[in-house]
Write a protein of this length. Structure first.
Length: 271
């Protein structure tokens, strides 16, 4: 019988930064132009199935009004991880992230894994605005060393990748390592080669994001166990894992893979 684990993720950040748009794009693959402020919280559930295990993620979208901050502390209790969201076009929303992290730590009595997510990338690019980010303003909080990713819920850019990064933190060491060694498929010219090692639980989660991006660009995904097939990995010049090989480019590690969609845009534009 499969074991069921329940884990809680909270979305934190100032009002209007796009937290609700972010999670609704992730859960429902939809985007609404009309903005309505979240009052209290919105609650979402998503379950991931692994061999012999299931992980049920409870995603809490917390209201961002300053006046509700202390009232919302109880909503932060029991969080296994958090997304600290800010608007890439509004520097003050980044400046307020340490305060949101302090609330998270106060509510849980300990440090909690986080990622930092810049939203509205499409707006920043279309208006040629500098992207708000200054790591020094995060002080000595764990957010200063956390993964950072830029997203757009409107264009569905890096949304899955953002959630995959925080899910990685939560499921690591929690579930039995799945065997993700598939049979090698006949190689074709247009595909994404995904090199992993047996024992890398993150790769199972990352594969969902990779396949979604691949579908957008009509690419096939082939997953290769580099430990099972070391000769193949060596032939492609793979020196670190996990690695993606696409269009002659090596994308090495969690951060680069999370930005796969942006890199695909660059590849196409360069062509």
């Amino acid at each position: 019988m499969s074991k069921m684990f329940q884990r809680k993720i909270v979305l934190l950040g100032d009002p209007g930064v796009g937290k609700t748009s972010l999670v609704q794009r992730y859960i429902f693959d939809s985007f609404k132009k009309d903005y309505m402020t979240t009052l209290g919280l919105n609650f979402y559930v998503r379950t991931f199935e692994y061999p012999e295990s299931k992980v049920k993620l409870m995603i809490w979208d917390i209201a961002g009004q300053q006046s509700r901050r202390k009232i919302g502390l109880r909503y932060l209790q029991g969080a296994s991880g958090a997304i600290l969201a800010y608007d890439l076009t509004k520097e003050e929303t980044f400046d307020n992230l340490p305060g949101w992290y302090d609330d998270l730590k106060e509510a849980n009595g300990k440090d909690v894994p986080v990622i930092v997510v810049g939203t509205k990338l499409d707006l920043a690019k279309s208006n040629h605005l500098p992207l708000a980010y200054n790591v020094k303003k995060l002080g000595d909080t764990p957010a200063a060393k956390a993964n950072l990713i830029f997203t757009s819920a409107k264009t569905d850019t890096n949304v899955d990748a953002a959630f995959n990064l925080i899910i990685t933190e939560i499921v690591s060491g929690l579930i039995p390592t799945p065997d993700i060694s598939p049979k090698l498929l006949e190689e074709i010219a247009t595909k994404i080669l995904f090199f992993v090692k047996k024992g890398d639980a993150w790769s199972k989660v990352a594969l969902n994001h990779i396949e979604k991006v691949a579908k957008k660009y009509a690419l096939e995904v082939e997953t290769i166990d580099a430990e099972k097939d070391p000769n193949i990995a060596e032939a492609y010049g793979i020196t670190a894992l996990p690695t993606i090989l696409v269009a002659g480019r090596h994308l090495v590690g969690i951060i680069q893979i999370a930005h796969l969609e942006s890199i695909m845009h660059q590849i196409i534009e360069n062509k």
